[in-house]
Design a protein around this ligand. Structure first.
Ligand code: HOZ
Length: 434
């Protein structure tokens, strides 16, 4: 039998017996592209190696954290050295302050940082904090934005929820969802109307500065600034969810790039260098409400553990060393890739919408030329996931691994050389023809 993915299939069958759906996070099940998931055994630089012996240029990069690529020597060394000294003490370490200082240096709008273990914990805690600070209960989020899987945020969510086409999740109580208001991304007028009706009850607006869990949708000029102005007019906070964009779209995230001054910021992914980390951060006046400085409770056995702090420090230092040259090179590679994809679409007469900022990118296969996606409603209307699925598998055969869903963003690392990008584009040219 010449089944290219025979071992992955066997491993998946086994996993399905013991793990719901065979995976520990839904988009990994490949429902967005059909077929069964590829199981990977190893990563090195820009490359991923599967269990059947194929290699791929990787544009998922663990869904964003691996800004330096797989197994970067500085990160491996930092993790190994720390592991030899102990992985977790459940007590303060100097490394937490070191990473907090580096994060604040890169994102100067932040004054204090609290480390947690995942992006979900970061957004959940930031919202609790916003409620504690304002004494209000409602929050406003945007359809297709994904902020982790806390109950109150699983309302019209993106990422796996969008990929699987789920309405909202059973198990979320009406009470938890009742205080979550939603609007379409980029629809400032809808936000204005919601605030006019219920602004005095809204604690915070939470938003991805680039909507990267419904594909890759940029904010329209003035959208984020407008959100901040409306929120502040009504005494609500603006929470930027930079779990994906942080240290990826610029050294200072989206806020650094576009001069935004959110009240609270959620971080994750890159700050853990591939180990589980999240953080929420912002103005001292607000963060001082967090226990034990203040009364808002939030805790965690492994929060700020030295292993994750070491990996995060090594990653940020290596990426932004030499005046940020490694990051700038990765950004140039991402631009080369996005420009190349745009050109391939034109050559092949395939309507594509391509976006790229810093080291992140994304593209949609559109159902017709001349349309543009600026919201989740438009993504559902104008995007052809079946075409993406065919492209995805054709690329796998040619050694390129993209996200197994049209509704996720792509990532480039400092290990993606211009040659690797050109190799990717050559594979894409063939895949588009196929
Ligand atoms: N929520 C992640 C994508 N935006 C997916 C995480 C995973 O499946 O590993």
């Amino acid at each position: 039998m010449n089944d290219r993915y025979a071992r992955s299939k066997a491993l998946f069958a086994e996993a399905q017996q013991l793990i719901p759906g065979g995976v520990n996070s839904p988009v990994r099940a490949f429902r967005g592209v059909g077929g069964t998931p590829i199981f990977f055994s190893r990563g090195e630089g820009a490359w991923l190696f599967d269990e059947d012996g194929h290699r791929y240029l990787d544009y998922v990069l663990s869904w964003g954290p691996l800004l330096l690529g797989h197994a970067h020597p500085a990160v491996v060394e930092a993790i190994a050295a720390q592991a030899a000294r102990g992985t977790s003490f459940g007590a303060p370490t100097a490394r937490e302050t070191e990473l907090a200082a580096l994060v604040i240096q890169l994102m100067p709008g932040l004054e204090q940082v609290r480390f947690v273990n995942s992006g979900t914990e970061a957004t959940m805690s930031a919202l609790r904090l916003a409620r504690a600070f304002t004494g209000r209960e409602k929050i406003l989020k945007f359809s297709g934005c994904y902020h982790g899987h806390a109950d109150m945020l699983l309302v019209q969510a993106g990422s796996g929820v969008a990929t699987l086409g789920l309405p909202d999740s059973p198990g979320v109580t009406k009470g938890a969802a009742a205080n979550t208001l939603t609007a379409e991304y980029n629809d400032l007028e809808a936000v204005r109307q919601i605030f006019t009706a219920e602004g005095e009850q809204i604690a915070a607006v939470i938003v991805e500065p680039i909507a990267a869990n419904m594909g890759f949708v940029l904010p329209e000029p003035g959208f984020l600034e407008g959100l901040q102005a409306i929120a502040h007019q009504y005494g609500a906070l603006l929470i930027l969810d930079e779990v994906m964009t942080g240290f990826r779209v610029s050294p200072g995230g989206a806020q650094g790039l576009w001069g935004l001054t959110p009240d609270l910021t959620c971080l994750g992914k890159v700050i853990g260098g591939g180990l589980p980390v999240g953080a929420y951060a912002g103005r001292r006046e607000i963060l001082q409400l967090v226990a034990p400085a203040g009364p808002m409770y939030q805790a965690g056995t492994l929060s700020g553990n030295p292993l994750a702090m070491a990996a995060g420090l090594a990653t940020l230092r290596a990426a932004f060393d030499n005046g940020g040259a490694p990051f700038a090179a990765a950004e140039a590679s991402a631009r080369r890739l996005a420009d190349g994809i745009r050109q391939l679409g034109e050559e092949a007469g395939v309507p594509l919408q391509v976006g790229q900022v810093g080291t992140m990118f994304g593209f949609y296969f559109l159902t017709q030329p001349g349309v543009r996606v600026t919201s989740y409603a438009e993504a559902k209307r104008w995007v052809d996931p079946s075409r993406y699925a065919r492209f995805f598998w054709a690329l796998c055969e040619r050694g390129v691994y993209l996200a197994p869903s049209q509704f996720e963003a792509g990532f480039v690392s400092t290990a993606h050389t211009p040659e690797a990008i050109d190799q990717t584009l050559a594979a894409m040219r063939e895949a588009l023809r196929a």
